[in-house]
Design a protein around this ligand. Sequence first.
Ligand code: SF4
Length: 339
Amino acid sequence: MKMTVYVRNVPIGGDFPVTVQSMTNTMTVDTVSTIAQVNGLHAAGAAMVRVSVPDFDSVKTIKELAKGNVPIIADIHFDYKLALAAINSGVDKIRINPSNLSKQGISEVVKACRDRNIPIRVGVNKGSVKNNDFSAANMAALAIESASLIEEEGYNNIVLAVKSSDIRTTVEAYRILDKLCDYPLHIGLTEAGTKQSGIIKSSVAIGSLLLDGIGNTVRVSLAADPIEEVYAAKTILRAAGLDKNFVEIIACPTCARTCIAVEELATRLEERVKNVTVPMKIAVMGCIVNGIGESKGARLGVAGGKSVSSVFLDGKVIKTVKNELIIDEIMRITEELLK
Ligand code: SF4
């Protein structure tokens, strides 16, 4: 089992649930916008939020964020003094890429983290590789080597990541790394792309790892509003069966037998329940072919019929409703169930 580290009060590792995290894309120096985005990401389901600290002017925002109720990770590159400033400002975790910090810089950062007992996430990626060996094995070895630099300072409050933009390399690297260490793993595909393709690529990579039991915290990296990262990460965890506290909408793909507006109803339901955290299943089925079976297995189900559709509650038909009224009726019953 992996070690457990704490980002403020949020555990990563051990037996604890896999956490979702995201990263702001505001200018960190813009304190108001950055705080608003951090709070929005947290409200959407991010357990912690990473913030770039590209310059010393940005540290004032870190100081303000540290007073809030969202655990904050400072993302540092090139200048270890920025890490020291962020640590002194009360940040909850530091992310460094050891390839762009000097050995002395790393040593200073580790000492400062040790003084406050905050975790260090070592993120190895393609840019970390110096010898043109971009193999999974080499990436995993680099992560272990980087962790040993921190261990040499007598510290092991560490999270590791080995992200690549290539799915197979990423999955392989994490599989190797998982066997080599007890440190909790931050998993994700880096530079996954824009919303649609990025979510699919991330789902393949992150989903493969999660189904193998690998990964303790997740970030989906998208060239999109970061709130989409949070929704995508939550959906991946749910699809992998690691989060059951949500309303699952089952909808048939529709075909020539479809009697009701399946897509419209399913879309409206999904929008309505996207922030609901109670375990429930709602089935929206266009006809009785598979509609009866799926509806019987759900809390609420609808199976379309020629002019009227059957509404199921806990496996039993409770009424039939004219097809033109079925969407409003299912939305109404859903509201009742969510009360
Ligand atoms: S449930 Fe009925 S309408 Fe939906 S895809 Fe299957 S056969 Fe077609």
